[in-house]
Design a protein around this ligand. Sequence first.
Ligand code: MOS
Length: 710
Amino acid sequence: MDAYEKVTGALRYGADRLPPGTAHAVFAVATVGKGRLLSVDTGAAAAVPGVRLVLTRVDIESAGFLLGGGYAFQSLQPLTSDQIAYRGQPIALVVADDLVAANEAAALVSARYETAPVAVEIDAPGAEVVVQSEVLPDLHDISVGDGEAAYAASPVRIDREYDLPQQHPLPMELVASVVEWQGDKLVIHEGTQNSSAIQNGVAKQLAVPADRVDVISPSVGGGFGQKNSLQPHIGPVAVAARQLGRPVKIVLSRSQTFHAASFRPASRHRVRIGADTDGRLLAAIHDIDQQTSRHDYFPAMYSELTARLYDISNFHSRQRLVRTDVQTPGYMRAPYESPATFAFESTIDEVAYAVRKDPVALRLANDTAVDPVTGHPFSSRFLADCLRRGAKRFGWADRSFAPGSMRGRDGSLIGWGVAAGAYKGAAAPATARLRLVPTRSGYEATIWVDGHEMGQGIRTAINRLVADDLGLRSDRIAIGVGDTRGVPPQHLTAGSWGTATALPAVHAALKKLRAQLGLGPRGRLPPGLGETVVQARTQAPGQPEAIHERAALGLPAGGGPEYPNFTSFSFVAHFVEVRVETTTRRVRVPRVVSVVDCGRVASPTTAASQVRGGVVWGLGASLRERSEVDPRFGGFLNTSLEEYPVPVNADIGHIDVGFVNKPDPRLNAVGVKGLGEVCMVGVAAAAASAVFHATGRRIRHLPMRLEDLV
Ligand code: MOS
């Protein structure tokens, strides 16, 4: 629906809209990693021509942490106290007539601090380790059977440790807003995955009723979890806009985004897997340490997936949090699943080599139709199909088992690796409003539904459903998402539940429309129908009706992967070919085959694109991405696209995407499961097993770089 506008640059994102008289805001930020602000000198900044306002304090409340009952990516709201919790924390907001003046003035803000030592890495002195189940009692660790005893008794035991780095999403659309008061109404234009959280969060911060806040976010230029809640600039910018009586625009620089928005925390995984000599998996123990901030507990939920990848009846996991001096980390695409599978699937590959069994055959032999954690069936599970089809498409049968045994014509070492992945089948409450209007040539439909377009093509998926059902041309269907004005709540779109949440609600509205008009369950619309409006709402299986009240308050309300009688996951198998140059040890990836079980494929074109995007990101995680920190002074160092390398077109070879495409009628009436995140899960593990197959070397950290292979 919106591809043409996207690729031609015509699409307007949140902060592209500039009302007349807009002023420009820029943050000045803390230059120390931790401590107390003694004084801020704003004299030089205020003297820059064009500067209208310099705020060092704002009288607003914290909107609370998204995972602690609040609305913001962290509970700490800058400019509300003298506490400095991390390097790069805003200490002043400068507003000027133009961006040049605002930038110049922000650079002239200086401050005096009382400093304290920082701990920004998991092992740093002063980093405080807490047991998650003790500080977040709702998140009990997963334990099935007796992991320790079964592991100790296993004939084959692999015990490995893996280090996963901090990483930042680098969305094309920077974190940005245009904030405008229209009388006593606050209008926020912003690229967000969660318009309702911003609406309710800002209302709480400013002590105004939520119905006086509109959030408009029809398109997001990349969310990935970083844009899942209230960003810390919005409250102060709203205060500035009110004081000045002008709209104010802020665009965080790429560098500031590394500190003013959430990131993927560092994590360390110890994986122990026990098997018999035929490769039957007997036990697994997955222990994780994950970084969080001092002021919030960003939970670790890595073993939610690894406990379910295979039929392992003795599983244990313990998750700990490490409090460090950073902004609160957060979700970044496949937030737990990508690191968790790197560790777990790499260990599975080692089991396969220890028992001399083909890695695909070993996985097939340990498949399960039943969730080992709950004993319930999976809503659907076609992981074996993904593995078999992927192996066939890839030509896996031609692989020779021994590492270092395959060579290219140019002498390069060829490695073929495989890994499985999964991502919870989540779903959330949603409300859909459908309006059918007769026109001269037929009908037009407008659909409003919970959801945000952040590149995945949600409008296309919705459009196809409506077009197929009503027999309308796609250009006769308008879709409203991401906008809080006069429509259903715009609940958080995350956790890969966008399609599996919006489509069932739209489906229910279509059914209601047909019932109300006395039409059969199928068939084109007869002529002569009048204007009709229906509204329907759905929620995840087993969720109570009251969940809609929670969603309407802008609070997270997603469900899954455990439902009353089943467990739901999407599945994927990735096959990766690497070529390692013999002299430079540079790793190239000429081809990847990925086969996904995401239930019914709602929109084949956009779905395949999502998978390619996930694979590209997985290769970035494998070979490129790491946010470097300065252990002495705190903060992140490589805060630009220049120094935080991501894959470019020249790095990416052929990505062959396949779908099982079997509807999952248990999760919802449309039969769709999630897709956006699962397609990244397991790519890094497959790449690492390919590097091992090429070179005989196991790399147990990411990214895998030249220096690991020389
Ligand atoms: Mo996703 S990482 O839940 O936006």
